[in-house]
Design a binder for this molecule. Structure first.
Ligand code: IVH
Length: 729
């Protein structure tokens, strides 16, 4: 055991300059982390408790004097959860999905209506749903083969999770059975559900953390995650983790034809299932179950954050399918946001990727639902002035604006960014001055303007920097977006690293292509090698370069999304990737489509789901010579890969299909979703590019168009013959 490295006569914290504080903080945090790893993971402490406590006390004192240092995932705040890179990855054979949210009873009614419409059911034909608590923990997928637990994986990004099998095996059998010995357990059974901690157990864990001088967990969910994702499984074993089973992945033979039936079978197999799950037939029943669960919330003994509704009949679930990452057959009805009151200390402006100037409230720290909040969004300029997008007053009182010094109500719902929801004008200090929203970009001093929407003729709510490519704030945000999880997903290249490289004089990263030349540039600079720089160990540099290399062939949809073209979110990016197949095809179309009379424009207009705003955004983007040059440089480094032929075996994969007339066995939405699932592109109108027209009774002009272009026409029965029968029902 060696003594911790501390200065022999430490300078009093209050006398440290900001720079000194930063340097010492970094040093201390590294020492604390090393000590934590030695203690928790290697079971081999490198210092005694008193020395460790002294280190932590100084770290905390520095953070209290310089709170900006605390924001950076500091060792003082981190407990348990270890970087995911240390766990092996497991690819989910069936993706682990997320849920769409509803925040109001009306949104629930709309969800039920959407389900009816999609399935072509009349509103008064009942469809059964289940309603059950939404557990606030972390989801886990348990794979059993011949009844034996073989794998446990966290959700990860939904496609690939972390292998926590060893940890899961330490959880009590009453929560996670190690074997399933019932006749109706299929050979392969992936049971999914939520790992969580009860309130009492959470309090006990934090008490022990306190006793050991370790930082406490912020809430039961973090504690559960930290406990499960432990490299040292003996720590997992010491934490009383619990598990509710509510879903499944691969399961070739299901024990029942309904959601409730399968969950019941899970109960028989030895899993705990939630006793508050009910079967409901109307919106009113769903809401009643929601109210019941809400009324029990405080006495449940574990955290829940809403109620999940699911279509009960599994054949209907199969027909409904998914959009993006969420099923059409389920929704989470979230409990209302939590509120707190505090003082607005400053208003800062952040410049986003598209140049939007967003006002951020800096708040006197306040706890909202167990989390300390210091920042919240103030929405936009009009909101601060006290008006909505239609120019109507949104609050009583005179004047109705928000000023620095005001007492405000902060709202936080689940994981979303907290927002300022109200202001108490009665508590306004006498000297508070109206806030002047900047009209120049704080990052590049270009004019910031509010565009006039050509369709509505109204001013846009958002003020935008007009600096475009010269604005450093936009450039940094675009880079962050390019490497973010849903885009290129480059491990080890987060917001902080992007900011570092963007400002670095030796190895600057000013545009996406520069990321891929980093390693070569670093190698060519023997004296200023990256690993010699502050904060980069040789190992982390090697890892970073490896992670970058690994992304030279990004999936086309992620690449398109990563470009950050306005209005091109994940869904549109996937749509375009499917339709055009290659980036070169999209690029050529985007360029040519600037001419409204071009066939490329007509093709773009005809893609189902692509509206005029998207078309305009694409032609604007590809029409900008700077963007073309940037793309040339980027494409010299990376090669986007076409979407995996989703169902290349299907006879309609890659075909352009149009549906017209009445369909009897499926609704139009359902037909479209089915065709897309099989790899076809669905268009709204017939052109020479159409491969197949599926026409039901009452088809009109499209039938004539098809005849004109000599396109194959089949009816609904022909469609099912072609693709192999209806999926259900
Ligand atoms: S169903 C295909 N049921 O919520 C849908 N999820 O926001 C699979 N969750 O990742 C999820 N309680 O971790 C479902 N009763 C419940 C749940 C639940 C909690 C979590 C789950 C999921 C997240 C989605």
């Amino acid at each position: 055991m060696s003594e911790p490295e501390t200065p022999s006569e430490p300078i009093p914290v209050a006398e440290l300059t900001a720079r000194e504080a930063r340097a010492e903080h970094k040093h201390l945090a590294a020492q604390v982390e090393a000590a934590d790893i030695a203690y928790h993971q290697n079971d081999a402490p490198v210092m005694d408790d008193a020395a460790y406590d002294a280190l932590r006390r100084r770290l905390v004192a520095i953070e209290e004097a310089h709170p900006q240092l605390k924001a950076k995932a500091s060792a003082s705040a981190r407990v348990g959860a270890k970087p995911s890179a240390r766990f092996a990855k497991i690819r989910h054979r069936v993706p682990m999905l997320s849920l769409d949210n509803a925040f109001t009873d009306e949104a629930v009614a709309e969800f039920v209506q959407r389900v009816h419409r999609f399935l072509g059911r009349k509103d008064d034909e009942p469809i059964a749903f289940t309603a059950e608590p939404k557990i606030d923990g972390l989801s886990l997928s348990l794979r059993y083969e011949q009844g034996a637990l073989v794998h446990a994986a966290t959700r990860g990004d939904g496609e690939e999770g972390e292998d926590v099998t060893v940890n899961a095996r330490t959880i009590a059998d009453s929560e996670i059975p190690k074997t399933l010995a019932w006749d109706d357990v299929p050979e392969v059974a992936e049971v999914r559900g939520e790992v969580y901690l009860g309130h009492a157990d959470f309090a006990g864990i934090n008490e022990r953390q306190r006793e050991k001088g370790l930082a406490e967990f912020a809430n039961p969910r973090n504690a559960a995650a930290g406990s499960l994702r432990q490299l040292d499984a003996s720590i997992t074993a010491s934490r009383p983790l619990r598990f509710f089973a509510y879903a499944w992945g691969e399961m070739p033979v299901l024990p029942a034809p309904t959601q409730s039936g399968v969950v019941e079978a899970f109960g028989r197999w030895g899993f705990r299932t939630n006793p508050l799950m009910a079967r409901c037939e109307t919106v009113d029943d769903l809401i009643a179950q929601y109210r019941l669960i809400e009324s029990r919330r405080a006495s449940l003994g574990y955290d829940i954050d809403g109620v999940v509704y699911k279509v009960d009949d599994l054949s209907l679930q199969a027909r409904l399918g998914f959009v993006s990452r969420a099923p059409r057959w389920a929704i989470a009805h979230k409990f209302p946001a939590e509120l707190a009151t505090t003082v607005l200390e400053a208003i800062e402006i952040q410049v986003g990727r598209t140049g939007a100037l967003s006002p951020v409230a800096r708040l006197r720290p306040v706890t909202v639902g167990g989390v300390v909040v210091t920042n919240a969004t103030l929405h936009n300029e009009d909101y601060i002035r006290g008006f909505d997008s239609k120019g109507e007053r949104i609050r009583e009182g005179e004047p109705p604006d928000i000023r620095v010094g005001d007492t405000v109500t902060v709202k936080r719902a689940g994981d979303v960014i907290p927002r300022v929801a109200a202001v108490d004008l009665g508590k306004r200090p006498a000297d508070a001055k109206p806030y002047a929203f900047p009209t120049l970009c704080p990052a590049c001093s270009s004019h910031a303007t509010r565009e006039i929407n050509p369709r509505s003729g109204k001013e846009d709510a958002v003020r935008r920097c007009t600096g475009g490519l010269i604005c450093p704030a936009q450039a940094v945000e675009r880079l962050k977006h390019f490497v973010s999880r849903d885009a290129l997903d480059i491990d080890g290249l987060g917001d902080k690293q992007i900011e570092f490289f963007h400002a670095d004089p030796d190895l600057p990263v000013k545009e996406p292509a520069d990321i891929f030349t980093l390693a070569a540039r670093d190698a060519a600079e023997p004296l200023k090698k990256l690993k010699a720089k502050e904060g980069f160990g040789a190992q982390s540099v090697a890892k970073l370069f490896e992670a970058i290399e690994d992304r030279r062939k990004p999936p086309l949809n992620r690449f398109i999304f990563g470009l950050g073209i306005r209005h091109i979110g994940e869904t549109n990016a996937r749509l375009l990737a499917r339709h055009y197949g290659s980036f070169e095809a999209l690029r050529a179309a985007g360029l040519a489509a600037a001419d409204p009379a071009s066939p490329e424009r007509q093709e773009l207009d005809a893609i189902d789901g692509v509206g005029p705003t998207v078309v305009e955004a694409l032609t604007d983007f590809f029409g900008e010579p700077h963007n073309q040059e940037l793309l040339d440089r980027l494409l010299a480094q990376v090669t986007p890969q076409p979407l995996e032929a989703v169902a290349s075996a299907s006879p309609v994969a890659g075909k352009i299909v149009v549906f017209t007339g009445a369909l009897e066995r499926m609704t139009r939405d359902e037909a479209k979703a089915m065709a897309e699932r099989l790899g076809a592109k669905v268009a709204g109108s017939v052109s020479s590019k159409t491969d197949l027209l599926v026409a039901g009774p009452g088809a009109g002009s499209k039938l004539k168009d098809a005849a004109k272009h000599g396109i194959e026409v089949i009816d609904e029965a022909g469609w099912f013959d072609l693709v192999g029968g209806p999926t259900a029902g």
